[in-house]
Design a protein around this ligand. Structure first.
Ligand SMILES: CC(C)(COP(=O)(O)OP(=O)(O)OC[C@H]1O[C@@H](n2cnc3c(N)ncnc32)[C@H](O)[C@@H]1OP(=O)(O)O)[C@@H](O)C(=O)NCCC(=O)NCCS
Length: 154
């Protein structure tokens, strides 16, 4: 697996991977209505561009294809972590997360935190996160359950 920094040309690929992963993988843990609200048909690429401009993003490739990506803020907030539906449980997220954690450690941050989907909670527990609280966030008028999780880095 090759890990590299995000480039602006990746944007439509990441937006598509996000949508398709939610509509297949997350559909195992969320209702069709929740998935539809979370991952609309047509991504707002300008909104994506603005969001990723404020974050650090790493992209995973296998055989020249993008198979996952992870992004985080300087504050230690881990934002996106998505792996292609055909590449689940092959260690892609582990590699992406390791890159994120080492970048955050290099900044001297004391903790990394995230809002983990129901689907991703076992992954984050495996990475040493602890669950702080369950919550429901509103996305396009639909409630999506997730969990606030954190890991100490010191
Ligand atoms: C969560 C996600 C990123 C994990 O990606 P992945 O590449 O499949 O994860 P890895 O292969 O690196 O998993 C490492 C370990 O985490 C744990 N794990 C990962 N997914 C798991 C699952 N669905 N159930 C139980 N444990 C899981 C396992 O211990 C796994 O090791 P193992 O496969 O040897 O048992 C992926 O399932 C995904 O894209 N989910 C949909 C998007 C999403 O919800 N993203 C998070 C938004 S907050």
């Amino acid at each position: 697996m090759n890990l590299r920094a995000y480039q602006p040309d990746d944007l439509p690929h990441l937006a598509r991977l996000f949508r398709d992963t939610i509509r297949t993988v997350n559909l195992g843990d969320y209702t069709p209505a929740q998935v539809a609200a979370w991952a609309p048909d047509t991504p707002d690429l300008e909104r994506w561009r603005t969001k990723l401009a404020g974050e650090e993003t790493v992209v995973a490739e296998l055989a020249g294809e993008i198979v996952g990506f992870c992004s985080w803020e300087d504050s230690g907030y881990l934002d996106f972590l998505y792996v292609h539906q055909a590449r689940q449980r092959q260690g892609v997220a582990t590699g992406l997360y390791a890159a994120a954690e080492s970048a955050l450690r290099a900044k001297g941050l004391a903790r990394v935190h995230t809002q983990a989907s129901v689907t991703a909670q076992p992954f984050f527990l495996r990475q040493g996160f602890r669950l702080l609280r369950h919550q429901t966030v509103q996305v396009r008028g639909v409630g999506l359950p997730n969990a606030v999780m954190e890991k100490a880095l010191v």
